[in-house]
Design a protein around this ligand. Structure first.
Ligand code: ZN
Ligand code: ZN
Length: 266
């Protein structure tokens, strides 16, 4: 774990913790809320596990793409102006996120992994980290592999990854921020908080990470004006610690069939 990495963490905390104090959506929520230590463990350990997993996938896929994807296609993608590539990369990657995320909600076995992320009951700047490594590797794989296969430039892919990273922290933050006229064009805390709502309204809605219009297009959007969820989390019990959460999807105790089934049964 390098010092640069620690500096990055401190910088993120220095930006987002005061922001959450100034623009608090749920002012009663504490900085050291329930589960924060667990999510700090995710932040410290999960990134490493996931980056190795994603790294192996990306190297393998890039080699395969070198053999399978015509060089002319790769050259054409990389030859476009950066701003065109960045727009294409964001759209392509978010389509990957959308369908992977939707599958994690719809397929009972996959839901066992994704339920870990939805077990967060108080959203904040740390919450984005609580993702099972299998969930993270599959979702990142679905979004990044097409980009590497098509040969987009590192600049465009790097720009997308920076946007994705910043958005995933911001969109889980305990902040009251409205993107105004851009609210359907760029995912916001308002958009993603509904995805975590405990009540039925936002359930299985708002799967996109960056582009809410994908949810509008595929009929899964929910973002009522002027309202925010009051409760987050699940009705099904999820263990509280990192090791137990890692093992949770593999345990023999039958997990509820899906998020919908879980909540409706409770
Ligand atoms: Zn989800
Ligand atoms: Zn989330």
């Amino acid at each position: 774990m390098s010092m640069d990495w620690l500096k990055g963490l401190l910088l993120i905390a220095l930006i987002f913790v005061p922001l959450e104090r100034i623009l608090a959506l749920h002012p009663e929520q504490r900085i050291f809320r329930r589960g924060w230590l667990n999510d700090m463990v995710y932040l410290l350990l999960n990134g490493q596990v996931t980056s190795y997993g994603v790294g192996v996938l990306v190297i393998g896929m890039t080699m395969a793409a070198g053999w399978l994807m015509p060089a002319s296609v790769r050259a054409a993608a990389a030859g476009q102006p950066y701003w065109v590539q960045i727009v294409e990369v964001i759209v392509l990657a978010d389509i990957g996120v959308y369908f992977a995320h939707r599958a994690f909600h719809a397929v009972p076995f996959l839901w066992r992994f994704h339920a870990i992320h939805h077990s967060i009951e108080e959203l904040d700047w740390l919450a984005a980290n609580r993702v099972h490594p299998v969930d993270q590797i599959v979702t990142k794989g679905c979004s990044l592999l097409p980009l590497f296969a098509l040969g987009f430039s590192d600049v465009a892919i790097g720009a997308y990854m920076a946007l994705f990273g910043a958005q995933s922290v911001l969109n889980h933050c305990n902040v009251r921020i409205n993107f105004g006229p851009l609210r359907w064009f760029l995912a916001s805390p308002e958009f993603h908080h509904w995805h975590h709502s405990k009540g039925p309204e936002g359930r299985d809605k708002n799967f996109a990470a960056t582009l809410p219009l994908l949810d509008v297009l595929f009929g899964t959007s929910y973002m009522p004006r002027g309202r925010m969820p009051s409760q987050y989390g699940l009705c099904q019990p999820i263990p509280a610690t990192y090791p137990a959460q890692l093992l949770y999807p593999f345990r023999s105790t039958p997990a509820p069939a899906s998020r919908v089934g879980a909540a409706d049964a409770a």
